[in-house]
Design a protein around this ligand. Structure first.
Ligand code: SAH
Ligand code: SF4
Length: 350
């Protein structure tokens, strides 16, 4: 971050109003700035032509408008996935991914630089934890792509917090970022267009349920066998499967919303018919959806993703047990932009 300047994307509209008042300007100036940032995606005071020139200079002195510097963008060969590496103000790095679907433009954004949970099959986990992102750094990933898409007459339609990091270890900043993006005077994206994915931090799931947000909740479950889950996801020792599923039942009861379970299929490890039966029996009676992902390759994990045949039969077993389920389309694998493949170690060293 530049010197002691305040990152403007770290502020809610109300705090921006306060700051603008402190600068001796009327409150409506804050609204003008807000719409310029969140609706027309301006990235500097010079671009906000509705403001007087002197005030624009003042803004530049007080606020930083640059949360992220794009360092490199890579596109998959089919052109449908774009991954961008960003440098943060303090020199740390993150990645974010834009995915084109027929009718959707989905952004997968990061909540932390690295991740401290250490799931063995995940490239972000393999790189370790750097730091939490501020709410402004989270927001800025969306605004960056929103601006690019606007230039070609398109819009962001969905935002998933499924990039680097564990969002519920950075709960307040993630929720504030979602609230800012979901603000009626911001992108115009309904709460249900946002999804937050967690590895299963129970106290935060309960808090999220109690606070009644309409953002979708996804839980990275991957197996209902505690011994295996603890091997794959160390924090399972603290928050074991039955407790986690109870927390999900609480969430569904409290919010009347469906919960999504993510399940990465690992060949010969968690993808048998018995595994599917065990999963179905744990989820019985819970309003939920299961998203199956054939494990993507990462440097630090030798097991392989399940074949499409095995994924299909796993899905059929779940459906036979009345559990709704889909197999997630694999995207951007060759550019390491797939689920669990985001890591910046290689890039920062090159
Ligand atoms: N930390 C959060 C958010 C990251 S989301 C979480 O774990 O939920 C990334 C999703 O991809 C998670 O569901 C994660 O379990 C999954 N994932 C991680 N590594 C993967 C891999 N190698 N192949 C497929 N999915 C993976
Ligand atoms: Fe962190 Fe999620 Fe990767 Fe686990 S899967 S290491 S929680 S980002």
């Amino acid at each position: 971050m530049e010197n002691n300047k305040i990152l403007i994307y770290d502020l809610s509209l109300d705090s921006l109003k306060e700051k603008i008042k402190d600068l001796g300007q009327p409150g409506y100036r804050a609204e003008q700035i807000w719409t310029a940032l969140y609706q027309t995606f301006r990235i500097s005071p010079e671009e906000i032509s509705t403001l007087p020139k002197d005030f624009r200079i003042k803004l530049d002195q007080v606020f930083s408008f640059q949360a992220l510097t794009p360092v490199r963008a890579i596109q998959s060969s089919d052109g449908l996935t774009i991954k961008t590496l960003f440098r943060l103000g303090d020199g740390n790095f993150i990645e974010a991914v834009l995915m084109y679907y027929e009718d959707r433009r989905t952004l997968c954004i990061s909540s932390q630089s690295g991740c401290g949970i250490g799931c063995s099959f995940c490239a972000t986990g393999q790189m370790g934890f750097r730091r939490n992102l501020t709410s402004g750094e989270i927001v800025a990933q969306v605004l960056y792509y929103a601006r690019n898409l606007t230039e070609v007459g398109e819009k962001v339609t969905n935002v998933v917090v499924m990039g680097m990091g564990e969002p519920f270890q950075n709960y307040d900043n993630v929720i504030n970022a979602m609230n800012r993006l979901n603000h009626p005077k911001a992108l115009g994206l309904g709460a249900r267009r946002f999804t937050i994915s967690t590895v299963g931090l129970i106290p935060k799931i309960i808090q999220f349920a109690d606070e009644g947000y309409q953002y979708n909740l996804a839980i990275s479950l991957h197996t209902v066998d505690d011994e295996l889950r603890s091997k794959l996801i160390p924090i399972n020792k603290k928050y074991p499967v039955d407790d986690l599923i109870s927390a999900c039942r609480y969430y569904v009861k409290k919010t009347s919303r469906r919960v999504t379970f993510e399940y990465a299929l690992i060949q010969g490890i968690n993808d048998s018919t018995e595994d599917a039966e065990a999963l179905a029996s744990k989820l019985r009676g819970l309003i939920c959806h299961v998203n199956l992902i054939q494990l993507n390759p990462t440097k630090g994990f030798t097991e392989e993703g399940s074949s499409t045949d095995r994924a299909n039969s796993f899905c059929e077993t779940l459906e036979a047990n009345n559990i709704s389920c889909t197999i997630r389309l694999r995207r951007g694998i060759e550019i390491q932009a797939g689920c669990g493949q985001l890591a910046t170690e290689a890039e920062t060293k090159s």
